[in-house]
Design a protein around this ligand. Sequence first.
Ligand code: NCD
Length: 308
Amino acid sequence: MKHLLGIKDLSPQTIEQVFTTADEFKQVLNRPIKKVPALRDTTIVNLFYENSTRTRISFELAQKRLGADTVNFAVSSSSVSKGETLIDTVQNILAMKVDIVVMRHSASGAPHFLSRHIDASIVNAGDGTNEHPTQALLDAYSIRERLGSLSGKRIAIIGDILHSRVALSNIYLLTKMGAEVAVCGPATLIPRQIEALGVRVFYDVKKALQWCEVANVLRIQLERQSKPLFSTLREYALYYGIDRALLDSLQKEIVIMHPGPINRGVELSSDVANSGQSLVLDQVENGVAVRMAVLYMVGRKETTDSGT
Ligand code: NCD
């Protein structure tokens, strides 16, 4: 694998290979010494043009635990504010002999564009409202771990589907792996024609929860809304927020997921987010193993056997 730009072009076999590689790395992470020298000769730059907590720390830990040399770049304190272009910034960094660029950018397609202009491998850590492939891989890995497999499972993605790169990557991945996928939210936050991706649509959260075995709940991305798409967060929480009373009314136990950051009291109540039904912290834990697997598959160098 030269790059990981999105889930769209990955085969089910490659996805399965990420999972089995992550299984191995998860074992490493549970050992007293949580490190393997698999990327000892590899240099990685983390190029984050957008804010991030989990994803950036998770990538950095994954890199350190593979023995790679890592450098972090935060756009706010860089020469980007002096007017440098994306290609110039990256070419200058690559001149310092960097092998892999992990990048997050607010423009959809930025990593794809860069991959056509530079030699290094690129791992997409979220591009605009397009894809967030490692989040979808770690979400699916966490479902597989809890439910045993993805095939035939019913997963509802609930919330701001329109602005969410997590939603699109999850839809691509879960449908490729044979899961049944639904999206649910207010009509203004559901992209038109989304059924063409092989998903069903619910506008009523209780119906979606009754249908599914797993609910992956997404944040309302107010920072991406140029005009208001619903009245108030209070109203959103009233109609789409998931709380204990709603879950108890289902008379079955479903799994709750959220990629973070959670707006507690908006999309999830605190007691639901903290309950045993919630996979939120498992997702974060698994994120490091899954990102180790991706970086290993992208960065592995063919070693020539000296024959001695
Ligand atoms: C998501 C993101 O940045 O796309 N978060 C994450 O990576 N864990 C979702 C979000 O910001 O709501």
